[in-house]
Design a protein around this ligand. Structure first.
Ligand SMILES: [Zn+2]
Length: 256
């Protein structure tokens, strides 16, 4: 396989989902210097904890090859031991440096992304909602299914010294419309790594899952979707469910 060197600005890290085949435990994605999207997987977490690899909006350089088993346009397999962490872009001048790369290819509506997906297997993008109507919090099964527990034990996913992956007992979704006359509205689940982390911090602080969920809402809805913010959603598809799109993260500089 011919690996090629790429420089990637990481913009998306999702909360890990169990996977039997290791195909997609998380989605780590970002943009190249020209603004094209790229997804990197799998990343082998047994090297070290995922969150320590690199931060969002950090450049990394690494060798990648087009993923052989994933038809999605942006999916590449990284050679993990070639990852070189580089500079991280700050939020100065209202996220100017981040905007330069993240928005280099403009934004799309969900309807446009569906069409692109049909045309060339596009599976990542950035959407600028016209209006975010709601942030939904729904309780879900608090424990992993027994079959996943077995998989975790077999894979020793996070190494023998680390806690097993914790399941978040809520599903969080945005309800929004795009700036498109064809738009009939969307309800899309959020799978942002930082949302999971925020939930766990708040749950530990307040010892109450419901208060923790409300704190997540305060951050992800009241703050990030405030009318003074130019809110964008990073969106993408799941390997196992290629037709369902989810929100992978939020890009929220101030409105100009
Ligand atoms: Zn739409």
């Amino acid at each position: 396989m011919n690996y090629e060197k790429r420089k990637v600005l990481i913009t998306v890290k999702t909360y890990p989902l169990p996977s039997k085949s290791y195909q997609e435990l998380v989605c780590t994605a970002g943009v190249l210097e020209n603004g094209d999207w790229i997804r990197l997987y799998p990343i082998d977490y047994r090297y070290q904890p995922y969150c320590q690899w690199y931060k969002k909006y950090q450049w990394i350089e690494l060798e990648v090859v087009k993923h052989p088993n994933d038809p999605r346009k942006e999916s590449f397999r990284p050679k993990v031991d070639t990852i070189q962490p580089l500079a991280r872009l700050d939020t100065k001048r209202n996220w100017a440096e981040r905007r330069k790369y993240v928005l280099a290819k403009g934004t799309h509506t969900m309807e446009e992304l569906w069409k692109k997906q049909e045309a060339d297997k596009t599976s990542l993008g950035i959407v600028r909602p016209k209006y975010v109507q709601d942030f939904r919090i729904e309780p879900v099964e608090p424990d992993w299914k027994p079959q996943w527990k077995t998989v975790f034990q077999q894979q020793r996913l996070f190494g023998p010294d680390q806690k097993p992956l914790e399941k978040i007992p809520f599903k969080f979704s945005y309800v929004f419309t795009c700036d498109n006359p064809e738009c009939q509205g969307h309800t899309m689940m959020i799978e942002d790594w930082e949302l999971g982390q925020l939930y766990r911090q708040m749950r530990d602080k307040f010892s109450d899952p419901n208060i923790a969920a409300q704190k997540v809402r305060q951050k992800y809805y009241d703050e990030m979707c405030d009318s003074g913010k130019d809110t964008h959603f990073f969106v993408g598809t799941l390997f196992q469910h290629p037709t369902s799109w989810i929100v992978l993260g939020v890009f929220w500089p101030k409105k100009r």
